[in-house]
Design a protein. Structure first.
Length: 530
C-alpha cells in the first residue's frame, strides 16, 4: 500500500492524499491551495495522477481547502463516488458553486486588465457549471458506522468537532490477509466548543495522518471569548465606527451569532446596534446548521429546542443581494458587519475593508486562521497599507484578533488526542501546517508517543508495509523530478525571505540582514524563478 501527499504537505491548504492498494486507488479530500502566489499557482497545474484512475474520494469536511478542487478533478475525468457526512454533502452543494463563481469573477477581473494590454487571456480553474456537474457524484454516509466501500476496504466516519459534519476518517485496508488501519484526523476541533460536539476519541491505528495548524501554540480558554467580543464591540461603538468581521461562512459565522445571542440574552448587547450578515453563502449555511441539529452538542440542541428560531432574538439583517451589500457602504457607525471570505481573499468582505480600513474609528476583528500571503494575514502582521481591487488602502482601523474562536485544536489538544491511540503506531505523518508548527508538533509527538514521525514533502510518496514503513520516491521523469525539486526549493526560499522581511518591518535592521536577503534571492534565482 502506498500513500502520496498531493497537498497540505508543508503548507496548510490544498489537502489531497492518494492511497493506492494492489487493486484500489482512492483519495482523501481534494482541496484548493490558498495563500502565497507560489502556493496558489498549484491550483492551475495538471494533477500529478490521472483523475480517471481514482476509484472513489473520501471527504473530511466542507471547507474549501479540503473540497475546492473537486470540480476540477471531475472535469479532468474523475467519475467515482464522493463519500462524506450528510452535512458535508449539503454544505458542498452550496460552497462549490460559490467557489466556481469566485473563480469566474476573479478571472474576469484579471482578463479585463490583460485585454487592455493585449495579453493572452486566462481560463478559470473551474466554473459554476463545473461545480454543479460534480454534485451528483456525492453520496453521504452515516456517522459511526463501519461500511465496506470496495473489496478489502472499510471506512468509518467519526466526529472531528471542527465544523458541522466534519469527520475523522478511519480506513481499514486488507492486503494478503492482513489488515492495516489508517486514520486521517481531518481538521480537529477544540473540546467544549459551542455548537459542535467534541472530537471523537480514536483508540487504535497503524498509521496516523494528523493536522498541525496550531501545532506550536496554545489557545486561550474558550470561555474568555465572549468577554473579549463584548470589549471590542463596546470600544468600536464608543469611537463611533463599524466593527468589520471577516468570517468563514461555515461554523465561524454561526459561532459569532451564538455568542452575540448570549450577549443579547445577558443584556450586554446594545439593542441599537445593527448586525448584518453580508454573505449569501453564510445565510444559506446557517439555514443548513439549523436543519442538522444532530451534529450539535447537548447545550446548543437544548437552546434550539427552547427557541424555534433563535436568530429572531437579534437585531439581525441579511444582505442577500449585491445592492443590499453596497448600501452598507453608507453605514458609518453602530454596525457589526460579518462577511466572507474568512481570509479576506475574495467575496464581499473586500468591499467592507476598502470602505473601513482607512477609518481610525472602525475595527477589523480577525476570528480565524489566516494563511501566509492572504490579505487577512497581512493585516494581522501589521502592514500599514494594502491593495484591494488594485487600489492602495491605508490601514488606520484598529486590527484586533480573538484566538479563542479557532476551530482547530491547539498543541496540547493535538498531543492529547494522538495519545488516545493505545495501539503501537507504525508511523505518524504531520500535515496541514506551516513549517514551525509542523516541526514543533513532530518533536512533541515523537517524544510523547515514541512513534516514528514524518513531515512529508509535497508530492512525496511512502510505501506502507505490515510492520515497517519504506520511503519510496515518486517515480517521475528526470525533467518532472527536477521541476518539482526547483519548485520546492523556490517556495522554501520565498517563504524564508518573506518571513525575514516581515520581521525587519517590526525591528531595526541588524548587521548581516542585507546579506541574508541577497542569499535568499540567489536561492530563488538558482531555482529558475527569477
Amino acid at each position: 500500500m502506498k500513500i502520496r501527499f498531493l497537498g497540505a504537505a508543508k503548507t496548510v491548504t490544498g489537502s489531497f492524499f492518494l492511497v493506492e492498494t494492489e487493486k484500489i486507488r482512492f483519495a482523501v479530500d481534494c482541496g484548493l491551495f490558498q495563500g502565497p502566489k507560489s502556493i496558489q499557482e498549484r491550483n492551475y497545474l495538471d494533477f500529478s495522477i490521472d483523475p480517471v484512475s481514482i476509484d472513489f474520494l473520501l471527504l473530511t469536511h466542507a471547507h474549501i481547502d479540503h473540497i475546492g478542487l473537486i470540480p476540477k478533478l471531475c472535469k479532468k475525468g474523475f467519475r467515482g463516488t464522493i463519500y462524506c457526512s450528510h452535512a458535508t454533502e449539503e454544505l458542498a452543494s452550496i460552497l462549490l458553486p460559490d467557489s466556481g463563481y469566485i473563480q469566474e469573477s476573479e478571472i474576469e477581473r484579471k482578463n479585463r486588465k490583460l485585454k487592455r494590454s493585449d495579453q493572452a487571456l486566462l481560463e478559470p480553474i473551474y466554473t459554476v457549471e463545473d461545480s454543479l456537474q460534480c454534485l451528483p457524484q456525492f453520496r453521504s454516509l452515516n456517522m459511526d458506522e463501519i461500511i465496506g466501500l470496495a473489496p478489502g476496504i472499510e471506512v468509518r466516519l467519526r466526529d472531528a468537532g471542527h465544523i458541522l459534519g466534519s469527520c475523522i476518517v478511519e480506513i481499514w485496508v486488507e492486503e494478503a490477509g492482513e489488515k492495516t488501519k489508517l486514520v486521517f484526523s481531518g481538521d480537529l476541533g477544540n473540546n467544549d466548543q459551542p455548537i459542535v460536539k467534541d472530537p471523537a476519541v480514536i483508540e487504535s491505528a497503524d498509521y496516523l495522518i494528523v493536522e498541525s495548524t496550531y501545532g506550536d501554540r496554545l489557545h486561550p480558554q474558550i470561555g474568555e471569548r465572549n468577554q473579549q467580543l463584548k470589549e471590542v464591540i463596546d470600544e468600536t461603538m464608543g469611537k463611533g465606527g463599524n466593527l468589520i468581521i471577516p468570517a468563514f461562512a461555515v461554523e465561524r459565522t454561526q459561532d459569532l451569532l451564538y455568542d452575540l445571542l448570549k450577549l443579547h440574552n445577558q443584556g450586554e448587547l446594545d439593542p441599537g446596534i445593527e448586525i448584518y450578515i453580508d454573505s449569501p453563502l453564510a445565510i444559506a449555511t446557517t439555514e443548513i446548521f439549523l436543519k442538522h441539529t444532530e451534529y450539535f452538542d447537548d447545550r446548543t440542541r437544548q437552546f434550539i429546542e427552547q427557541h424555534s428560531n433563535p436568530l429572531k432574538l437579534l437585531n439581525l439583517q441579511y444582505s442577500r443581494t449585491q445592492e443590499d451589500s453596497m448600501r452598507l457602504n453608507l453605514k458609518k457607525r453602530n454596525c457589526i458587519i460579518i462577511s466572507a471570505s474568512g481570509m479576506c481573499e475574495a467575496g464581499r468582505i473586500k468591499h467592507h475593508l476598502k470602505h473601513n480600513l482607512w477609518r481610525p474609528e472602525s475595527t477589523v476583528l480577525i476570528v480565524g486562521y489566516q494563511a501566509e500571503g492572504t490579505l487577512g494575514r497581512k493585516l494581522l502582521d501589521g502592514e500599514k497599507t494594502v491593495h484591494i481591487h488594485g487600489e492602495k488602502i491605508a490601514v488606520k482601523a484598529d486590527i484586533r484578533s480573538i484566538e479563542a474562536y479557532s476551530a482547530h485544536a491547539d498543541r496540547n489538544k493535538l498531543i492529547e488526542w494522538a495519545q488516545g491511540i493505545v495501539t503501537p503506531l507504525r508511523g505518524i505523518f504531520i500535515i496541514h501546517g506551516e513549517d514551525e508548527a509542523q516541526r514543533s508538533l513532530a518533536a512533541d509527538l515523537q517524544e510523547k508517543t515514541n512513534s516514528p514521525v514524518y513531515i512529508p514533502e509535497w508530492l512525496e510518496e511512502f510505501e506502507l508495509e505490515p510492520g515497517r514503513l519504506i520511503l519510496h520516491h515518486f517515480d517521475v521523469s528526470p525533467t518532472q523530478s527536477l521541476a518539482m525539486e526547483k519548485t520546492i526549493m523556490a517556495e522554501k526560499a520565498y517563504l524564508d525571505l518573506s518571513q525575514r522581511l516581515h520581521s525587519l518591518f517590526r525591528e531595526n535592521w541588524q548587521k548581516g540582514d542585507y546579506d541574508k536577503i541577497i542569499e535568499s534571492l540567489q536561492k530563488i534565482e538558482q531555482a529558475g524563478v527569477l
